[in-house]
Design a protein around this ligand. Sequence first.
Ligand SMILES: Cc1ncc(C[n+]2csc(CCOP(=O)(O)OP(=O)(O)O)c2C)c(N)n1
Length: 574
Amino acid sequence: MLKPAILLQAYELMATARAMSELYDANKSVCRYVHSTSRGHEAIQLATGLQLQPCDWMSPYYRDDSLLLATGFTPYELMLQLLAKRDDPFSGGRSYYCHPNSKDPDKPSIIHQSSATGMQTIPTTGLAQGIQFMEKKLPDQLGRTTEGYLPIALCSFGDGSATEGEVSEALQFAALKQLPIVYLVQDNDWSISASVDEVRAMNVFDYAAGFKGLKRLQCNGSDFEQAYATMQEAITYCRTIRRPVLVHATVPLLGHHTSGVRKEFYRSQEDLDLHALNDPLPKLRKTLLATGFTQVELDLVETEAASRVAQDFEKAQQADEPPPGTVADHVFAPTSVKEESGQRTPANGEKVMMVDAALHAVEEIMETYPEAILYGQDVGARLGGVFREAATLGGKFGTERVFNTAIQEAYIVGSTAGLSALGLKPIVEVQFADYIYPGLNQLVTELSKSCYLTNGKFPVQMVLRVPTGAYGGGGPYHSGSIESTLLSIKGIKVAYPSNAADMKGLMKAAFLDPNPVVMLEHKGLYWSKVPGTDEARKLEPDKEKFLPFGPAPTGIPGQIPKIQKGKKGFHIYE
Ligand SMILES: Cc1ncc(C[n+]2csc(CCOP(=O)(O)OP(=O)(O)O)c2C)c(N)n1
């Protein structure tokens, strides 16, 4: 049996979570944001949160308010987000309830959490990828647990989300690379109104069996002691053996799906009664009574929790609103590259093709920054990119810094959010512009909004190289131009150089920019083989060349009507 102090702590937190859920429901009109609460899921969440340490990273989902309480967030702090208040510690009042992010030194860190179900598995697996890289290359920059162990990542999501394609990409990568991550799947049998028999051929425990090397555990997540023992096994395995593990926890859903989607809309009384049998609160109370606590003591715990929660709610309602003038803050983090620097045409410089200018820029970056890594399809040493745009880099910097990935555009793009949060600087590649679409979801949903919705805490520093446009008979799926699609995304930057010198300077600026930057690299200009593109070859600028975004030099002026008629898709810089 667990120590009475832990059981009591869990009971206090559980009573607090229940009081919050009941209070929110009774005050629906006051709550600014739609919200879900952990009612029914409390035991597994508390068992998890109580065993994480401040050096760890965790990604809670929208139903994880008990997980947040267990790691030290107060009801008042959570309510500030519910009520969209200025001092909401997560988003400054810009994102809805239980969408946390944190750099608090006394708690596990949390990167941006979107509302998109299952999508956080990729950025969070990117965190584990980054932790593993740093273990090998930059161990001094990682924190340690009180016992001296290295950090782990924990990713929590619902069973309904486990059927998303992105989850498969994340599990595949974690199993392949044996990453230090715990996936916690909370299975309440429902995916809003869709029942398990409608949405899945197997539960996530059976599904995960296909990912060789991913340890699997199962538990009754409504039983605190069982949940604690299972999470202890999972976390200890991940911490000490440094391998991935998935926990499938069955739980009842006692509250509503959200404050808007009410349980009585779609659940039968029989189903509600069945779930009520597994309420974790009376179960834990029974355990506490068996260890010697009295009814009176436990009643007091509940009434005190309810009164603290009520006081916090009063106080949170009085808190200040975000000033309207700050609404556009944090779309981007400020970049240090503001002025053009370095030599554009150094003495003794040689003319280079655009593809080599890009390659040399990345090479110089990797020589200077040990935290820079490059990955994507076929960019590893064997080929160095299907356009040879990464040739020699794999051989020069080794497989830990330059490597091939599977055909997983979502993982390639989305994992950078995790790496960037750790201070690493990923450069990744999507092989053809036409295939950015499977990764576009991560770019929009996770990366582009991260800086804004974390109130500036987690801008995503990454460069996405994208060979684009027509060259050599690529046909409809290898010649696409995507710039107009990208330009509609707020929170990313797009660079589209027209010549080798700009390519080098912009690639360097993109690398140092703290925001996500897409480098469009036109294949028709890469080698200057297409008639009329010879001017894309330029003298190679020196190592110090940085070309800031925004003040681009004018190319050939007066071409606008031709561009509008589609006769000239790019400017040639003179
Ligand atoms: C990508 C995406 N599609 C749809 C939704 C709408 N949605 C929100 S919650 C939810 C059900 C999720 O079920 P599950 O993962 O089992 O978690 P639960 O809410 O049951 O805890 C859906 C479909 C969403 N948020 N994101």
